[in-house]
Design a protein around this ligand. Sequence first.
Ligand SMILES: Nc1ncnc2c1ncn2[C@@H]1O[C@H](COP(=O)(O)OP(=O)(O)O)[C@@H](O)[C@H]1O
Ligand SMILES: [Mg+2]
Length: 243
Amino acid sequence: MTELIRLTDVTKVYQGGITGALNGVSLAVEKGEFTAIMGPSGSGKSTMLNLVAGLDRPTSGTVVVGGTDLGKLGEAGSARFRRDHIGFVFQFFYLLPNLTALENVLIPAQLKGGAATGRGHELLEQLGIKDVADRYPARLSGGQQQRVAIARALINNPTLLLADEPTGALDTQSGEQVMEVLGGLNGGGQTILLVTHDAKLATRHAARVISVMDGKIVDDARLESPERAPSDVIRVRGEEATR
Ligand SMILES: Nc1ncnc2c1ncn2[C@@H]1O[C@H](COP(=O)(O)OP(=O)(O)O)[C@@H](O)[C@H]1O
Ligand SMILES: [Mg+2]
């Protein structure tokens, strides 16, 4: 197994913060793992994800992703690292309203200077939303918008997919579909680090659940057999009627 992420004694104290957002976190994640991070609001989950993405720096300790010590990267190096290795999905989808679903998906590829229309269509098909390629976000359901955001995060074939509460703004059924999509991607080999505070979703879909409390890891459990979608095709159950 290849190690992809290693946090060593990571502490993060925000300016003005009285206690640390993270307090001595050490963690290793292998390539191909589907890990869920759980914990109450304010426990440091987003901080952890942001450090792994190179969006922020630890106050002390090291964050190494794919052999790169992120603390040693400057601003430009950090931006390049994110562009080349990280796909990030958020609770709110942040799609550009004046671009179609497909155009949204293609943005990161264009920023990288490549055309990737074929790959974009392929991803939309894989995520079960190829029929809405030409629609604008306002005409998509929440679940569809999040799948567009996931496709956008994947267009540059990131080493690591990070998702911060990707089901937080979705109803139960759409949330379940998004988790099935993530499970299917992981079945195809995608490493995923996900933040959720839905224990049911975490244990049903991720293979490893890490619990965080007050900026510390308090539990790290590998699950026997999470429900996984087949790796070649992602079947989305109970597809919602398109509006
Ligand atoms: N940019 C920031 N500046 C100051 N404090 C922050 C900032 N971001 C997060 N915090 C604080 O750090 C702690 C952890 O936050 P966060 O990582 O967002 O938790 P979670 O994602 O688990 O809800 C909280 O106490 C929060 O208020
Ligand atoms: Mg958060």
